[in-house]
Design a binder for this molecule. Structure first.
Ligand SMILES: NC(=O)c1ccc[n+]([C@@H]2O[C@H](COP(=O)([O-])OP(=O)(O)OC[C@H]3O[C@@H](n4cnc5c(N)ncnc54)[C@H](OP(=O)(O)O)[C@@H]3O)[C@@H](O)[C@H]2O)c1
Length: 257
């Protein structure tokens, strides 16, 4: 049964990777979309393609989730147009750098904390009250296996994703008494632009992350997210961990040598 058709789904970080794959998947399932990211050109290209292929409504906004005023402006625009999201996919996020804590770059730390934690909070604060007011809505946070187990040099990225896990749990408690669902989908290795971003554009180093095994694709994760979103309203997946078969925990991966 398709319960996605006709829903308004707001996706942060829809210009690439998992967010973009979810936009494609939800558009194919008949959802109305609101897509946010910093790279508006990418969103425009994606929206044009989705409108062409599926004919649905796609709203765009250039939003840096670290910018609290911009987040509230974009959310208020949706609400003023009567478009309170049925689903909020808190996906925008990144790893920046991979260094021992005593050698780490505080600018990388700021980037991760400001995006993965504060950005997710700003978007949630701007959207969730409207869901609570109308007693309908589903928030899906994209966490990570890095939020369940630390790995060498993962330090601050791990901390942000452990934080996302705590927020998913806390948000669930805070919406008790409403029918609102809060879920988390936590992937292991997914081949996206994630490692390009982590290594500041070093493509070779990024490609090496996925060598010797078959990682998840963004579409694999979008499938899992669609499963979570499509469940009936009395069913709430609190945490769905999805890893490639070759990955056994956050850092043990069966690689062909
Ligand atoms: N790939 C993996 O192995 C993996 C594993 C576990 C969890 N995750 C999580 O999955 C999520 C998506 O990552 P991905 O793998 O799809 O990486 P990706 O291809 O690099 O996509 C990241 C998305 O986040 C957006 N973004 C980053 N900073 C933003 C900001 N300040 N404001 C608004 N949007 C921002 C980017 O858009 P703009 O640059 O256009 O703003 C982009 O659309 C992240 O939360 C990541 O931590 C990824």
């Amino acid at each position: 049964m398709n319960r996605i058709k006709g829903k308004l789904i707001l996706i942060t970080g829809a210009s690439s990777g998992i967010g973009e794959a979810c936009a494609r998947r939800f558009a194919a399932d008949g959802a109305t979309l609101a897509l946010w990211a910093r790279r508006l050109d990418r969103l425009e290209q994606l929206a044009a393609e989705l409108r062409d292929r599926h004919g649905g409504t796609v709203r765009l906004a250039q939003v840096d989730v670290r910018d609290r005023a911009a987040v509230h402006r974009a959310a208020d625009e949706l609400v003023a147009a009567g478009q309170v999201p049925d689903v909020l996919l808190n996906n925008a996020g990144l790893a920046s750098g991979l260094s021992k804590i005593h050698e780490g770059d505080p600018d990388d730390w700021d980037r991760m904390i400001d995006t993965n934690l504060k950005g997710l909070l700003y978007v949630t604060r701007a959207v969730l009250p409207h869901m609570v007011a109308r007693r309908r809505g589903h928030v899906v946070n994209i966490g990570s296996t890095a939020g369940h187990q630390t790995y060498p040099m993962g330090n601050v990225y791990n901390a942000t994703k452990f934080g996302v896990r705590a927020l998913t749990e806390g948000m669930n408690l805070d919406v008790a008494g409403t029918p609102i669902r809060i879920s988390s989908v936590d992937p292991g290795f997914v081949e996206t632009e994630f490692s390009d971003v982590r290594f500041h554009g070093d493509r070779e180093r990024a490609a090496a992350v996925y060598q010797g095994f078959r990682p998840l694709t963004a579409d694999d994760v979008a499938d899992a997210i669609a499963y979570v979103v499509n469940l009936p309203e009395h069913v709430n997946i609190l945490d769905l961990i999805i890893m490639p078969t070759a990955q056994r925990n956050v850092y043990v991966v069966d690689r062909e040598s």
